[in-house]
Design a protein around this ligand. Structure first.
Ligand SMILES: CC(C)(COP(=O)(O)OP(=O)(O)OC[C@H]1O[C@@H](n2cnc3c(N)ncnc32)[C@H](O)[C@@H]1OP(=O)(O)O)[C@@H](O)C(=O)NCCC(=O)NCCS
Length: 160
């Protein structure tokens, strides 16, 4: 796949269930299934997004409405647009799917009162660090972000 023009729309609880079933297509060997709780699209439907497209298969058929990527986020009462999960399917990386999901989230979060964006990732996720840096986030390593003693990278970006 060299070009893609995805439709950005809501991520439903059923969509979340589907991506959990196909978890390795989005996350590889890392198991983040426990973070995919349906409470997010149920309670924050305006800030959970899917990028979809009808994809041609090698056999000539079409995979209709394939979820190329998704973003799960919410806006906190103090004005932080928090990105809990963002992932692009393995065959759709590098095509601006993640960038477009982020743009949709940032626009909606700002409309809902967010003045800044935040996300975290593990220190070993160099792809995520490169992605967020390309999107204008600053990355700072917090030696004990979760209280478990494990360092995490914290991304922040002000919304202008
Ligand atoms: C990180 C991830 C979401 C990026 O999604 P993507 O759709 O491939 O990213 P995009 O094509 O929108 O890229 C946006 C920018 O980030 C850069 N980028 C993305 N992934 C990168 C990587 N692995 N290395 C270097 N740069 C990268 C792109 O070059 C692009 O920069 P540009 O617009 O200045 O040219 C995707 O690799 C992924 O799903 N990874 C597994 C899940 C994960 O780790 N999610 C993040 C958890 S916090």
């Amino acid at each position: 796949m060299h070009t893609v023009d995805p439709r950005i729309g809501p991520l439903t609880p059923a969509d979340l269930h589907l991506v959990v079933e196909r978890h390795p297509r989005y996350w590889g060997d890392r198991d983040l299934r426990a973070l995919h709780q349906s409470v997010f699209p149920q309670e924050f439907p305006d800030t959970c997004f899917a990028a979809r497209a009808d994809l041609p298969r090698p056999d000539g058929t079409v995979e209709p409405d394939a979820i190329l990527g998704y973003l799960v986020g919410f806006v906190t009462p103090d004005g932080t647009g928090y990105i809990h999960l963002v992932a692009t399917r393995d065959d759709a990386r590098g095509l601006a799917v993640g960038r477009r999901l982020h743009a949709a989230f940032a626009d909606t979060a700002a409309r809902l009162g967010a003045v800044r964006l935040k996300a975290i990732t593990s220190v070993t996720n160099t792809g995520s660090v490169a992605f967020h840096t390309a999107l204008g986030f600053t990355a700072v390593t917090d030696p004990d972000h979760n209280g478990s003693g494990a360092p995490m990278v914290v991304f922040r970006r002000e919304l202008g």
